[in-house]
Design a protein around this ligand. Structure first.
Ligand SMILES: [Zn+2]
Length: 381
């Protein structure tokens, strides 16, 4: 469940179980929903929960996402103001409550609910979602892609595997040149990647790349949250996700723990632009860390090894041995050379195998030199 849903759904579940204090109800309805006309019978609703895209026309109304239950009546009014046709379909881009909470109201209007098959299974198995009327679960599900030929356009619905969740879908309307990303994109903000519900940073990046490839410079992008966006905004999100991933990974390669990586504040230069109330720099760092621990064996190994081993493994130790050995080989005093080698050996014992084996080679060389020196001394005596 998204942080938005978690915070508000917690309040909503309280509302369902107990009479709601007026103040809570008021705070849940504080945002004003705005309807934007995208032309060609398409509209966007923003302000409460995930952005809604709806299409009006001769075939009836097609709605993408249903926001929260407590704003559903208001949203129905905003839709009916511009269309008197029936609401035929509601497609959920994923299972989070700020995108599915209004399903019941739309279902009551006669709409058929559609979503990826994992949306239905998650709605059926998530404690918060179980409180929702099962009649409002998706009754048509798909596993990959599906297309609706509707209101003189195509609604190409594509599944994005393991991205924001494991049941994401985004829509491309080629004639209208509009894309609804679901929560694959939070415009200008760090995205929420729900690792606990099958999401992954790599999957989120792949999905955004697919969306970027579909778009051209004129495509209107309806993000899951935030204002209408462009292909360039998608590109900026991809770049940010890749860069922040690399920054967190660099800290992990030092052998730092999760808390230590967060304390190092590796995303400082990005936080001013991308951080927001629910996903600040620390949370984004934690998400990148957790995702890398699950998907990047090298980064995980470095973290598991810890900073101690990492510090002792620095090449400087090996370099020192090499430098000493060079001096020893040219040293006139084998005894001094032996002492220095032993010191180097002590240090090398705690270093990586490479340094250790190099020291062993040096010992072998030195023994040979000592032997040669003794042989040479004999004639002088
Ligand atoms: Zn979400």
């Amino acid at each position: 469940m998204s942080p938005i849903c978690t915070a508000i759904a917690a309040s909503l579940s309280t509302l369902m179980l107990h009479p709601a204090p007026t103040s809570i109800t008021a705070s849940l309805q504080q945002a004003e929903t705005e309807r934007a006309d995208l032309g060609g019978g398409l509209y966007m609703l923003t302000g409460n929960g995930g952005n809604i895209l709806f299409s009006t026309g001769d075939d009836g109304t097609f709605v993408v996402d249903s926001q929260f239950a407590n704003v559903a009546e208001q949203n129905l009014e905003l839709i009916k103001e511009v269309s008197d046709g029936p609401i035929v379909f509601v497609l959920n881009t994923h299972f989070h409550g700020d995108h599915t909470g209004g399903n019941k109201a739309f279902y009551s209007e006669g709409a058929t609910i559609i979503a990826h098959e994992n949306v239905r299974s998650r709605l059926a198995n998530t404690p918060e979602a179980r409180a929702i009327d099962t009649d409002t679960f998706p009754v048509i599900t798909f596993s990959e892609n599906t297309t609706f030929y509707w209101n003189s356009d195509e609604f190409r619905v594509m599944h994005a595997a393991d991205a924001h969740t494991d049941g994401d879908a985004f829509l491309y309307l080629p004639k209208s040149n509009v894309i609804h990303t679901g929560d694959l994109m939070f415009a200008g903000r760090y995205p929420y990647v729900d690792l606990g519900s099958g999401g992954s940073v790599g999957g989120a990046i792949s999905a955004l790349e697919a969306i970027h490839d579909l778009a051209d410079k004129d495509t209107r992008i309806v993000p899951g949250h935030g204002p209408l966006s462009s292909r360039d905004d998608v590109a900026a999100t991809i770049t940010m996700l890749q860069a922040t991933r690399a920054l967190v990974r660099a800290e992990m390669m030092k052998g730092l723990s999760r808390d230590e990586v967060i304390a190092a504040d590796p995303l400082a230069e990005y936080n001013g632009t991308w951080s927001w109330r629910f996903i600040d720099g620390d949370r984004m760092t934690g998400t990148q860390f957790d995702d890398l621990m699950a998907t990047d064996a090298e980064a995980k190994a470095a973290v598991d090894a810890g900073p101690a081993k990492e510090a002792k493994a620095v090449p400087a130790s090996a370099t020192k041995v090499t430098a000493s050995s060079d001096a020893m080989i040219n040293d006139d005093d084998p005894q001094t050379a032996t002492t220095r080698l032993e010191a180097a050996q002590d240090e090398t014992e705690q270093a990586v195998n490479k340094a250790r084996s190099r020291a062993a080679e040096v010992i072998e060389d030195l023994t040979k030199i000592e032997s040669d020196s003794e042989d040479a001394d004999d004639p002088q005596q």
